[in-house]
Design a protein around this ligand. Structure first.
Ligand SMILES: *Cc1c(COP(=O)(O)O)cnc(C)c1O
Length: 470
């Protein structure tokens, strides 16, 4: 037994650290060792349970209703009901699916700002609810409510706002957007996946936060991830609906087969009770006062970090952070991709965001409470990394390759052509060996000049190579 666990530990040495505050995307660290230990224990205790049927594991029903009640209280949902899902994406998918099925339009669409999370494009793809994308202001990165209003038509089943958006960390004008949606009789989903457990707690501390929750008339559903700022183990999010009638279309029942009558609240059927139980245990352990402290710590650290980043010669903030997310740009002396590599060299992971529409590429930093303890170190690393990135100069894409990337039509390429492109992009070796190159900048720079459909096609081909049995 110790042998296989030791092998797992050895494999994990190649992973990004999940704790310690140096990984500024994907993971969230409260810095509270006891909370982590409790989460792990609850995962183990509930690993074999099945949330498929809330009548045979009544404890799971109790835990779920308790957490949904907690979230509803936080988000001013006096009449709200909800469901614990496996993550933000599942919460978003179900919000779109419920809106589509309740509206019963033959050609449904949804109106989303261009800054909405990619999960909405996934929902569009899965559920055939095309996204009508409204561009955002180039300075505030939020949509003009008038543009949202103009985009709504008789087939619109859902309007979306973010609180905040992942890429820029700003909160959309929820009050105006929800009013427009209500006026047109359309549902309005607020994606608070990353801000929903932060904004209410910093507000309790007297900090002014934009209106974004059920206190705003017209908001019909809200997603909030527990595995982000509730610092619970992965696999837990909540989708809230303003009232039970709005949730109905989300549920699925099937008696059209000879087995048990299937009755599901989420996309999964058999589902582990472990993430739910772990979330319950961690949330009750940390408690409201604990979250108020953690939220304030991460929030204050973010504002401090933003100020200090703006003072680094060669870096600028993309937007003023509303919560705990920072987006950063470089000037022409360096590029964000080389900067990210230089940060990796120093033991920090920051996430490159490719150019999009007329916005240049940027770096994304998600600040969690554990990062707050190491802010000086982080600022020093950013300063040093900016200097070395300037010395190295921007990652270079050969003009021929750039020209090819902008003209290639991914729909006309066969597998061999993709293999050739992966080789050129420097991804072929990675696919063969499973280990990433130490420098990602050349790859990111090439992807950056490729139009989005080619980026998608290249990365899909890459994934296909990567995921093969040994
Ligand atoms: C994280 C996030 C999501 C998706 O959540 P996952 O848990 O990664 O599936 C959706 N919207 C926003 C704003 C997010 O930050």
């Amino acid at each position: 037994m110790t042998n296989v666990l030791a092998r797992l530990r050895a494999l994990q040495e190649g992973d990004l650290p999940t704790h310690g505050g140096s990984t500024l995307a994907y993971v969230y660290d409260s810095g509270l060792a006891e909370a982590d230990e409790i989460g792990r224990a609850a995962l183990a205790q509930y690993g074999a349970t099945n949330g498929l049927d809330p009548t045979v594991f009544p404890s799971l029903r109790t835990l779920e209703n308790d957490l949904v009640g907690w979230a509803a209280r936080l988000l001013n949902g006096e009449t709200a009901v909800g469901t614990v899902t496996s993550g933000g994406t599942e919460s978003v998918l179900l919000a779109v699916q419920a809106a589509r099925d309740a509206a019963n339009s033959p050609t449904p669409n949804m109106v989303i700002p261009s800054t909405a999370h990619a999960a909405f494009h996934k929902a569009a793809h899965y559920f055939k609810v095309p996204a009508v994308v409204v561009d955002v202001d180039p300075v505030t990165f939020t949509p003009d409510p008038a543009d949202i209003a103009a985009a709504i038509d008789d087939n619109t089943v859902l309007v979306v706002a973010s609180a905040p958006s992942y890429a820029h960390g700003v909160v959309d004008p929820v009050r105006e957007i929800a009013a427009i949606a209500a006026d047109r009789g359309v549902r309005c989903h607020v994606d608070a996946c990353i801000g929903g457990w932060i904004l209410p707690y910093v507000r309790l501390d007297g900090i002014e936060v934009p209106d974004f929750d059920f206190a705003v008339p017209g908001v019909t559903s809200i997603s909030v991830d527990l595995h982000k700022y509730a610092y619970t183990p992965k696999g837990a999010s909540i989708l809230l609906h303003r009232d039970a009638s709005l949730r109905k279309a989300q549920f699925f029942a099937s008696a059209a087969w000879p087995g048990y009558t299937m009755l599901n609240s989420t996309m999964q059927s058999t589902k582990s009770g472990a993430p739910l139980a772990a979330a319950w245990a961690v949330i009750h352990h940390i408690g409201d006062q604990g979250y108020q402290r953690l939220a304030r710590t991460a929030h204050d650290a973010t504002l401090d970090l933003a100020k200090r980043i703006d003072a680094i010669d060669g870096l600028t903030l993309v937007a003023t952070p509303a919560t705990t997310l920072v987006a950063v740009r470089t000037d022409a002396r360096s590029d964000v991709f080389t900067l990210a590599d230089e940060m990796t060299t120093q033991g920090w992971f920051v996430q490159p965001q490719l150019s999009f529409r007329d916005q240049p590429p940027s770096l994304h930093l998600t600040v969690s409470a554990a990062t707050a303890l190491r802010l000086d170190e982080l600022v020093d690393a950013l300063t040093a990394a900016t200097r070395s990135a300037q010395q190295l100069g921007p990652a270079h894409v050969s003009p021929d390759l750039a020209a090819a990337a902008t003209t290639l039509d991914p729909t006309t390429l066969d597998d061999a052509a993709f293999d050739g492109l992966l080789t050129i992009a420097g991804l072929a070796d990675t696919a063969a060996t499973g280990t990433l190159p130490t420098r990602m900048a050349p790859i990111n720079a090439l992807l950056d000049v490729a139009p989005p459909p080619l980026r998608e096609a290249l990365l899909t081909a890459f994934l296909d190579h990567l995921m093969r049995p040994a």
